[in-house]
Design a protein around this ligand. Structure first.
Ligand code: A2H
Length: 253
């Protein structure tokens, strides 16, 4: 971790009722998987959400209405940032594993898909962000490769109890054009670098470096309210809208 604090936008992905047995204790509440992102302008392209199957999560009381599912580490940080029902003290209503969360149907802000599903990703770090990640395969090489693995390998789906209809049909949604890479930059860079697996850490780091910088400096939105505007201009505007609407909150660590 750096010396500078990292500021994330937490996207509130609402769990659609009725809740499965492992979430029964939360019935009647608004429950959100809280995904930490540095790229709020990409939320149009969400296809799913990622959780770590063996990860430990909890459902924490944020205020009178909202419950956030995230790591206890993130809940403690949030509590010190004014986001807990009891000041500076997280209240956990239910302990959950990542496996408990796989397959949850979610409504996520700005997403063109009405419902997206929570799916397993093995490279999620539990000491970064909330341990919940939203998936944008058009612009994130990590997301593209992880989803590709689930799409192309029925055995991989079976291993985690992932139903076909949670991943298929797989459609990358173009949201940002980068002159050098087109409007599915993550897919293009993964193919160009011949990345074979979501575990190919070095190549994925290179792909991320290439797309992350170019997306910000050279990218143009091709969807949404700021269609045609540069990513640099659209990003703060989209972030502000999400925060103003109450569909996202800020989180630093
Ligand atoms: B980003 P940094 Cl489209 N484990 O959001 C692994 N990855 C995590 C994580 C965790 N615990 N928490 C957040 N992340 C991901 C969108 C996105 C992201 C796009 C393109 C690039 C990108 C959609 N996924 O990040 O290490 C989240 O994915 C590339 C840097 O704090 C978050 O933003 O710099 C990003 O990593 C935060 O990474």
């Amino acid at each position: 971790e750096g010396v500078q604090p990292q500021e994330y936008v937490l996207i509130k992905m609402e769990v659609v009722p009725p809740f499965p047995p492992q979430l029964k204790a939360l019935e009647g509440r608004k429950v959100y998987l809280a995904a930490a992102t540095l790229r709020p302008e990409t939320m149009y392209g969400q296809t799913n959400c990622w959780v770590l199957p063996d990860g430990k999560y909890g459902a924490f009381e944020i205020n009178d209405t909202d419950v956030f599912v995230l790591t206890s580490r993130a809940a403690l940080n949030l509590a010190y940032q004014g986001l807990s029902k009891v000041p500076e003290k997280p209240t956990c209503l239910a302990e959950l594993s990542g496996n408990d969360l796989i397959g949850l149907p979610l409504k996520s802000p700005l997403s063109f898909n009405d419902i997206i599903y929570s799916l397993p990703m093995l490279t999620i770090l539990t000491d970064k962000g909330t341990g919940i990640v939203t998936s944008v395969p058009s612009d994130s090489p990590d997301d593209f490769m992880a989803l590709q693995a689930l799409v192309s390998k029925p055995a991989w789906r079976q291993m985690f109890g992932v139903k076909d209809e949670w991943v298929l049909p797989f459609k990358v949604i173009p949201i940002i054009n980068i002159p050098e890479f087109g409007d599915k930059s993550a897919e293009k860079v993964c193919i160009d670098l011949k990345i074979k697996s979501h575990n190919d850490k070095e190549k994925l780091a290179e792909a991320k470096r290439m797309t992350y910088l170019k997306g910000f400096t050279d990218g143009t939105m091709v969807v949404g309210e700021f269609n045609g505007r540069k990513v640099q201009e659209a990003k703060p505007l989209i972030k502000k809208q999400l925060l103003d609407k109450g569909t996202a909150v800020l989180y630093s660590e």
